[in-house]
Design a protein around this ligand. Structure first.
Ligand code: SAM
Length: 282
């Protein structure tokens, strides 16, 4: 039996290569090529793009990215057991798939990629959040990638897109919304994975902004936001006291009442505050 792309079904691939899921590597595989096709299509037009995929596993999403016409897919996989299965995919697609074996947190794939680059991944959640933060903290903006299409635990996805005055609004919302336009594009129930995880997942698509939404120094903004949400129940005049002796003046310049709490402050005002602090250097 073959599938849309002429390769064996993923269950057969898993049996042939004995790819029993390892919990330590966060392996919850997607074996339905219709579903991986839907995820791949959320990444936008791939035909003129290189795609960086992290954690291809047995290759379900990888195959969908290739079928959607990606110019090239560079995939970083930590588990060497997956390499023979991925080599078959590469051969079938005339070498459009290049696999780098190792830890995505330690490998720099830039030498293998040509712009424009889109990043797509169904990753273990801990690695996903760490990589997201790194991709959003390059030395210069815009970064090497055009968009990120990533699977997260639903709660993390909600934090990424959260608006002020909600419980989910915090550092991750501000960082993501300052630099990208994030949207939750689909929810995926546990039953879609083999084996099923305990939580519902969601795919988030983040298209980069060519310049950040509002002017601010990234380091100062991150510092302010970390302090503000580090003590999110406190009024800002207290949680930000250590930032400047005249913090109440800086807050007023940013149109923020000193008695307000972090959760109430829109991104624009955090950026105004970062600028006010930069101008009020001591
Ligand atoms: N993309 C496949 C799919 O959708 O079926 C597999 C997804 S599974 C949730 C996560 C994959 O990431 C596994 O193949 C695992 O071996 C790999 N992985 C885990 N940690 C990794 C890391 N630090 N660097 C690269 N790959 C990693």
């Amino acid at each position: 039996m073959t599938t849309l792309d002429g390769l064996p079904p993923l269950r057969e691939v898993i049996n042939t290569h004995d790819l029993r899921a390892k919990k330590s590597l966060g392996q919850n595989f997607l074996l339905d090529l219709n579903l991986t096709g839907k995820i791949a299509r959320q990444a936008g037009d791939l035909s003129a793009c290189d795609v960086l995929e992290i954690g291809p596993g047995p290759g379900g999403l990888t195959r969908a990215l290739l079928m959607e016409g990606a110019r090239k897919v560079v995939a970083i996989e930590q588990d060497p057991r997956c390499l023979p299965a991925l080599a078959e995919v590469s051969e079938h697609h005339n070498g459009r798939l290049q696999v780098l074996q190792g830890d995505a947190l330690a490998i720099n794939p830039l030498d293998h990629l040509q712009q424009p680059v889109r990043i797509v991944a169904n990753l273990p959640y801990n690695v996903g959040t760490e990589l997201l933060t790194r991709w959003l903290s390059p030395p210069d903006w815009p970064p090497f990638w055009q968009s990120l299409t990533l699977m997260f635990q639903k709660e993390v996805a909600q934090r990424i897109v959260a608006k002020p005055r909600t419980k989910a609004y915090g550092r991750l919302s501000i960082l993501c919304q300052w630099l990208t336009t994030p949207r939750i594009v689909m929810e995926i129930p546990p039953a879609a994975f083999t084996p099923p995880p305990k939580v519902t997942s969601a795919v988030v698509h983040l298209e980069r902004r060519e310049t950040p939404a509002f002017a601010a120094d990234a380091k100062i903004l991150n510092h302010v936001v970390a302090k503000a949400f580090g003590q999110r129940r406190k009024m800002l005049r207290a949680s930000l006291k250590s930032l400047h002796p005249d913090i109440e003046d800086c807050l007023r310049v940013a149109d923020i009442k000193p008695t307000q709490r972090a959760e109430e402050i829109p991104l624009e005002n955090f950026c105004m505050l970062a600028r006010a602090l930069e101008n009020a250097k001591i």
